[in-house]
Design a binder for this molecule. Structure first.
Ligand code: ZN
Length: 111
């Protein structure tokens, strides 16, 4: 399916032809240009990477939950140490992912 870009707001639309109006800014169809094959490839690539980031983020949220249960369980110090490390790693990585995705959005990498 071809990709079309709104020249006013950079919204990317997927379809056989551009929409009558931009769903984001309302600009008319004439303001859309078709992406080149190279641009299409880049958009699809970054969509894939962003999807992986989101999946990892969700998995890390689950790790934080499990680590907190372990910390509460408090069987012995070595276990609590491991759970605390898992929690800290997960929270730090989640922040990194958020920061990275914000960078992508500013660069208009969200397809
Ligand atoms: Zn637009």
């Amino acid at each position: 399916m071809p990709l079309w870009k709104c020249s006013v707001c950079n919204y990317i639309y997927e379809g056989t032809e551009p929409p009558a109006n931009c769903p984001k800014c309302g600009a008319p169809r004439e303001r859309f240009t078709r992406l080149s094959e190279e641009e299409e490839r880049l958009v699809l690539r970054s969509r894939y990477t962003n999807a992986l980031h989101m999946e990892i983020y969700t998995a890390l949220q689950r790790l934080v939950e499990l680590a907190e249960k372990g910390i509460q369980d408090n069987l012995d110090p070595p276990c609590v140490k491991i759970f605390s490390e898992v929690k800290e790693f997960s929270l730090t990585t989640m922040q990194k992912i958020k920061a990275e995705l914000e960078t992508h959005m500013k660069k208009g990498k969200w397809g």
